[in-house]
Design a protein around this ligand. Structure first.
Ligand SMILES: C[S@@+](CC[C@H](N)C(=O)[O-])C[C@H]1O[C@@H](n2cnc3c(N)ncnc32)[C@H](O)[C@@H]1O
Length: 303
């Protein structure tokens, strides 16, 4: 890259978070109008509730664009083609399969990918002799729990699950991950410790509270040998003091416009410390420049 190209790239990365925030700001009038027309006064007048509602509108616009740039990493990740943050041509590990929790599933942006991913035997895609719509023959996916607390997104997720034919296999749990094991918060499906084959988190651990504690709770739900598939934006590690300072300053404005999402989380450390892993293969993709304001971690952890 010439120095001029590097400068342009640097500038693009420095302003990218501001572009996201300005898109969110443009959704404020629609969010207010929707809450008023639905008479959701408590949400309208609660800073937290309003912020979450705004995020739901923002993500409905931005999510598809984010998905189209993230697909080149997320699809290989779920297919078992990522090692140490690098996408591989060949399968290097097991694809997502079995009983799965998708954390912060949003409006179901990745539901179509789940419906296309294969893995197990032909027989597993048949339930009681009836083929489950949307599950590819040969798929090893037996159950997916989509955990999503934003009511607007949870509703969109339900519609999306039907659209891609995953109804019957994909169950929406309209809760924050922190309430999953709280019988007071949820009287629905109980997920037993050691009963889950895979956890999938795509761009959502930036939004969950008490990440250390919640990562530990989720670790307990995994079976021995279970895998956690991760694609998350995180605190900058490679950028040096100036990039780190700029990211912290951005984070203040970010928290007003992007719901509970935060820029400076050390998610990789929280995941590594969640429990004893037999293998950890997560890293920042090497093609991301050190001045990237939304740097990522990509890969899997195996219990
Ligand atoms: C940036 S969106 C990503 C959604 C989806 N994973 C995708 O890639 O389109 C982050 C999601 O995390 C959800 N979220 C926020 N707090 C959460 C919590 N405590 N537990 C689970 N999900 C949460 C938000 O509602 C939002 O849908």
């Amino acid at each position: 890259m010439s120095s001029l190209d590097t400068l342009k790239d640097l500038f693009t990365h420095l302003i990218e978070p501001w572009l996201f925030m300005s898109i969110s700001a443009r959704h404020i009038p629609t969010t207010i109008a929707t809450l008023v027309s639905n008479r959701q006064w408590t949400t309208l007048f609660s800073p937290w509730g309003f912020n979450e509602a705004l995020f739901g509108h923002f993500w409905a616009t931005v999510g598809p664009q984010v998905k189209s740039t993230a697909e080149r990493r997320v699809i290989p990740l779920l297919e078992g083609r990522v090692r140490d943050g690098v996408v591989q041509d060949q399968v290097v590990g097991p694809p997502v399969s079995g009983r799965v929790i998708e954390i912060g599933a949003g409006s179901g942006m990745w539901a179509d990918v789940f419906s296309k991913i294969g893995g197990g035997s032909e027989g597993e895609a048949q339930a009681g002799g009836v083929r489950r719509r949307g599950v590819k023959p040969g798929s090893g996916l037996t159950k997916i729990y989509g955990v999503e607390p934003n009511p607007q997104s949870a509703e969109a997720l339900r519609r999306r699950v039907e659209e891609v034919g995953l109804d019957g296999i994909y169950e929406v749990i309209p809760l924050g991950i922190e309430s999953l094991s709280d019988p007071e918060a949820w009287s629905g499906t109980t997920i037993e410790p050691g009963s889950i084959d895979c956890i999938v988190s795509i761009l959502c651990l930036c939004s969950i509270p008490n990440i250390d504690e919640n990562a530990k709770a989720l670790y307990k739900l995994l079976k021995p040998g279970g895998r956690w598939y991760v694609y998350e934006h995180v605190k900058t590690e490679r950028g040096g003091i100036l990039v780190s300072l700029y990211q912290r300053i951005l984070n203040v404005a970010w928290s007003f416009f992007l719901g509970s999402c935060r820029l400076c989380k050390s998610t990789g450390i929280s995941l590594r410390n969640a429990g004893a892993w037999s293998e950890v293969s997560i890293a920042q993709p090497p093609d991301e420049p050190p001045y990237q304001m939304l740097p990522h971690i990509l890969g899997t952890l195996t219990k």
